[in-house]
Design a protein around this ligand. Structure first.
Ligand code: SAM
Ligand code: FES
Length: 350
């Protein structure tokens, strides 16, 4: 590792900020030694703030029906081989019940952009969940909606919203999405969610088609400036029935490297070791935690629908019961000296 690299890592650890050119250098000239130093610093920072606790979120995939046609996504509307489903309110509530008993204190309701889940339906559902489990956080991940819709769901009790920005480079965004989708609208949503008062999560895929080091540097600068409460990054993985079927997947190495960098940019950020990371490497989630992540998001969806929420090929955990997923992850975390906790897992204000 050269002196410039060492100096940049020291600067990042102290100041939590680099210029876009410096971020690009950090990515372009990375080496195993740089990755090791970044991970060491990232783990130190994360342990100072969160100790060895790993927060969990119970992910409930409420519908795979989507009006959008994102080129990378297995549940895009043009994928006619995808078997569509939508959970009923009672099914969602029974996932929460099971999750609560297993120790989850955050429920993430995720779906394609499905108009069936109108504001009225969502507000009723959020109200029911918060009424039954007042000690739990409700996180929504329903895509792009109007400010009014975000406000109504917030007023109904939703605490957090996950909306990956996907890429902070507008030209790159346009290569990943059809013309009717807009980068500006995605960014508008993120700003409004924050203004309304949600704890907001952004994020991006690592190794998505057409991604350059410069685009990744823009992602890092965006995270530094936007200061999300959560940041979801995971490797892009091709899905056989999408236009990107033949593209290469993102790597474990670069994803872990970026997890460490993001931890140093924003020390308290909630950073999941994603299912996609666990899909490209059988110990991917453990490696993500060892790079500085502090959250895991096991699946709480009914087993009967799991395979249908197939964003990418070979997604893991689609055949396991929720209890199995949780105990499997608890064991994995224990094997690396961390422990899953029963906690809402809010961001620590430092
Ligand atoms: N519809 C909501 C939205 O757009 O935010 C939530 C669901 S969407 C499927 C959740 C995330 O899955 C996306 O933000 C995207 O980053 C990720 N994703 C989609 N296809 C993927 C793929 N092929 N590989 C890895 N991640 C993917
Ligand atoms: Fe809508 Fe992926 S295209 S969730």
């Amino acid at each position: 590792m050269n002196d410039k690299m060492t100096a940049l890592i020291v600067k990042l650890s102290k100041e939590h900020s680099l210029s876009q050119e410096e971020y690009e250098y950090l990515i372009r000239h990375r080496s195993p030694e740089a990755a090791e130093l970044l991970a060491k610093q990232a783990v130190e920072v994360r342990k100072r703030i969160y100790g060895t606790a790993v927060f969990t979120r119970g992910l409930i995939e409420i519908s795979n029906i989507c009006k959008n046609d994102c080129l990378y996504c297995g549940i895009r509307r043009s994928n006619h081989s995808c078997q569509r489903y939508r959970l009923r309110e009672a099914e969602i509530l029974s996932c929460c019940q099971e999750g609560y008993e297993l120790g989850f204190r955050t429920f993430v309701l995720q779906s394609g952009e499905d108009a069936y889940f109108s504001d009225e339906r969502m507000c009723r559902l959020i109200g029911e969940i918060k009424g039954k489990y007042p000690d739990c956080a409700v996180t929504l991940s329903l895509g792009e909606r109007s400010r009014e819709s975000y406000r109504r769901m917030y007023d109904a009790g939703a605490d957090r919203y996950l909306l990956r920005h996907e890429t902070a480079d507008k030209a790159h965004y346009q290569k990943l999405h059809p013309a009717e989708m807009s980068f500006d609208n995605r960014m508008r949503c993120l700003e409004e969610l924050k203004q309304i008062g949600y704890q907001v999560g952004c994020g991006f895929m690592v190794g998505s088609p057409y991604q350059t080091e410069a685009a990744l540097a823009e992602d890092l600068k965006f995270i530094e400036v936007f200061r999300p409460d959560m940041c979801g990054i995971g490797p892009f993985i091709p899905h056989n029935a999408t236009p990107f079927a033949d593209r290469k997947a993102g790597t474990l190495e670069l994803t872990c490297y970026l997890l460490s960098v993001i931890r140093l940019i924003h020390p308290a950020v909630l950073l999941p070791a994603t299912t996609a990371l666990g899909t490209i490497d059988h110990r991917g989630r453990e490696k993500g935690i060892l790079a500085g992540a502090n959250v895991v998001m096991p699946n709480l969806s009914p087993v009967a629908v799991r395979k249908k929420y197939e964003l990418y090929d070979n997604k893991i955990c689609t055949g396991d019961e929720s209890a199995q997923c949780r105990s499997c992850l608890a064991g994995r975390m224990k094997s690396i000296g961390y422990e899953i906790v029963t906690d809402r897992g809010d961001i620590k204000k430092i």
